[in-house]
Design a protein around this ligand. Structure first.
Ligand code: ZN
Length: 131
């Protein structure tokens, strides 16, 4: 990270980050590593009103206090450069072993009504009867 004043005497933080993060693959739900990279150029401003006057090339970092917490700046940039969804490159879903359940055919067509199993919605009937 580089700290500087630009030609308009704005306080500028210029930086680049490269790191690895562990996320969950949205296809197989197994953990996976992703590489994160970001380049940023922030202007430290005191208020929301000041941030609206910045040129488009600068992102605002609002710091009302005199103290700027660098860890917060890095955390924010990491969150911003995270992809919305992550998937393994390979066909990870094929590696997962699913146990296929075979439907039972014993001659008579039987409607699966879950006989014997408690219906989780039965509780609603008792609520309705009370009215
Ligand atoms: Zn996966």
């Amino acid at each position: 990270m580089k700290f500087d004043l630009d030609e308009s005497k704005r306080r500028i933080i210029e930086g680049e980050l490269d790191t690895q993060a562990q996320v969950i693959c949205q296809r197989c739900l197994e953990p996976m590593q992703i590489a994160l990279h970001d380049e940023f150029r922030l202007a430290v401003v005191n208020s929301e009103a000041q941030s609206e006057k910045l040129p488009k090339s600068l992102d605002p970092w609002i710091c009302e206090d005199i103290k700027l917490v660098l860890a917060q700046v890095i955390e924010e940039q990491l969150i911003l450069c995270m992809p919305i969804v992550s998937y393994h490159d390979n066909d990870c879903i094929e590696k997962l072993s699913f146990e296929a359940t075979q439907p039972k055919h014993n001659g008579t067509a039987k409607v699966a009504n879950g006989a014997g199993k408690p219906n989780p919605f039965d509780i609603l009937k008792t609520l309705k009867d009370k009215d």
